[in-house]
Design a protein around this ligand. Structure first.
Ligand SMILES: N[C@@H](CCC(=O)N[C@@H](CS)C(=O)NCC(=O)O)C(=O)O
Length: 264
């Protein structure tokens, strides 16, 4: 299908890994689009109009019709522009890819978000949970569905690479900010090698924000969360508390964090 920048508009947020998924898919397909940066603490009327149910980004507008939910958007893009496919051809392979996309959002992302949102013993348990999830992926790379492949999609980046990859770079950010070790190369050598390879791809490099910017962002949110914990027992109504509450509200929905993990 022919397209011009004006027929594709993406509403996103710069640190949102869900947004990065869509940006990467559009780039891999060679599609031009207009990008609209949303302030998630002050959502635009357009965002609320196009995604009244979840009120989240990303939203892809194609010929003025909104498509929401990043994995659904990826599939829409692939079905609409069939060059450079990101979904497998075989129905069984498609089912497997969809299953692991679901796993990324249902298990891995929330587990990583929990590491960021906790401390002490609670955080140790959350780190274990991330490791359990990574073990499952490592096993699939070693002996299972993805054995012997360079990427989850085969020789080229596919939907699952996009979904796992846009988010997994947050794990390194969490390692540094939280002083944990989530993607240990010795424990998860295949996943670790895949992630390095993914991050080296030209299109990926063009999309993932600079690590320093992500670190600063993550540190800021973490500080707000700690401030909030300190102030929950007081009746302060300061601006800081109000801001922290906004962020924490997002975090409790795994939004900012999972935007982090995955927004993860
Ligand atoms: N399941 C959604 C998640 C999207 C999401 O959580 N977006 C976050 C940014 S990363 C958001 O818009 N948060 C705003 C809010 O929850 O208020 C997807 O895959 O698109």
């Amino acid at each position: 299908m022919e397209q011009s920048p004006s027929c594709l508009k993406l509403f996103g947020s710069w640190a949102s890994s869900y947004t990065h998924r869509v940006q990467l898919a559009l780039k891999l397909k060679g599609l031009e689009f207009e990008y609209v940066e949303e302030d998630l603490t002050n959502k635009s009327p357009s965002l609320l109009l196009y995604n009244p149910v979840y009120k989240k980004v990303p939203i892809l507008l194609h010929l003025d019709r909104p498509i929401i939910e990043s994995v659904i958007i990826l599939q829409y893009i692939d079905e609409t522009w069939t060059d450079h496919p990101i979904m497998p051809i075989d129905p069984y392979e498609r089912a497997i890819a969809r299953f692991w996309c679901h796993f990324a959002d249902d298990k891995l992302g929330p587990a990583a978000g929990a590491v960021f949102g906790s401390s002490g013993e609670e955080q140790k348990a959350a780190v274990c949970q991330v490791h359990e999830n990574l073990k499952l992926i490592e096993a699939e790379l070693r002996e299972g569905a993805f054995k012997g492949r360079r990427f989850f999609g085969g020789d080229k980046i596919g939907i699952l690479d996009i979904v796992f990859g846009c988010g997994s770079y947050w794990l390194a950010v969490f390692d540094e900010v939280m002083e944990v070790k989530l993607v240990d190369p010795e424990a998860f050598p295949l996943f670790h090698a895949w992630l390095r390879d993914f991050e080296e791809q030209k299109e990926v490099k063009e999309i993932i924000p600079a690590i320093d910017r992500l670190l600063e962002y993550a540190r800021g949110i973490r500080q707000l969360m700690l401030n909030l914990k300190d102030t929950t027992s007081s009746t302060s109504t300061s601006t800081t508390t109000a801001t922290a509450t906004t962020v924490a509200t997002n975090n409790s929905n795994n939004n900012v964090v999972i935007e982090s993990s995955t927004s993860v």
